[in-house]
Write a protein that binds this ligand. Structure first.
Ligand SMILES: CC(C)(COP(=O)(O)OP(=O)(O)OC[C@H]1O[C@@H](n2cnc3c(N)ncnc32)[C@H](O)[C@@H]1OP(=O)(O)O)[C@@H](O)C(=O)NCCC(=O)NCCS
Length: 166
């Protein structure tokens, strides 16, 4: 199936939000404490994307099959704290592919599009967070050459329960 990757335009934003909500709902189902969504997430996503669509530090890209958005990615340049030998890095916030277009290399093409944009932006690394429970995403990114660095660890705040060695 023919899939073209390009920068997102205003007309693509609603479909992009729908795709990204798939990822967010998947995360919320893993553990609501960490990923619970706001009721108006859809509007917030719309505002966030449309407000940054034309900014040079942001990249919103779509995978198009004809006029249908079958995949999307959101990435941005981030500032690092001033102790490392570099100032900025590129970060993928969301990537998602429609269920009927998976395992056909669409995510691979989207990540490659971001990689090229990151290189042109002069940074030496592209980062992302993949949930531990999301084995398909972890498999995808390992396959593309990403290396695991941190493991995020979350301690729920339970009144009356101290931090203790178990
Ligand atoms: C994860 C996701 C983006 C992958 O998209 P995709 O277009 O199917 O990925 P690709 O076709 O480019 O896959 C490339 C390789 O990644 C690995 N991979 C992708 N999906 C996989 C899966 N479900 N299980 C195991 N490995 C997988 C495979 O090695 C695959 O190569 P192969 O098909 O030759 O075996 C897609 O499944 C998705 O949208 N999931 C829901 C949203 C999500 O979890 N996003 C990631 C958030 S961090």
């Amino acid at each position: 199936m023919d899939v073209l990757i390009q920068k997102a335009e205003l007309v693509h934003v609603a479909s992009l939000v729908e795709l990204f909500l798939l990822v967010e709902r998947q995360h919320e189902a893993y553990w609501p404490l960490r990923w619970q969504l706001r009721a108006d997430i859809s509007d917030r996503y719309h505002r966030w994307i449309t407000g940054n669509l034309d900014k040079s530090d942001w990249l919103f890209a779509v995978a198009l099959n004809g006029s249908r958005v079958v995949g999307g990615v959101a990435a941005g340049m981030q500032q690092e704290i001033p102790i490392y030998a570099y100032d900025r890095y590129a970060f993928i916030h969301d990537v998602a592919v429609a269920a009927d277009f998976r395992r056909q290399g669409v995510a691979t093409k989207l990540v490659e599009f971001v990689r090229q944009w990151s290189m042109e932006g002069g940074v030496n690394q592209l980062r992302l967070m993949a949930a531990d429970a999301n084995t398909s995403a972890r498999e995808l990114f390992s396959r593309l050459g990403f290396r695991t660095t941190y493991h995020e660890m979350v301690l729920p705040m339970v009144p009356g329960r101290e931090c203790a060695r178990l």
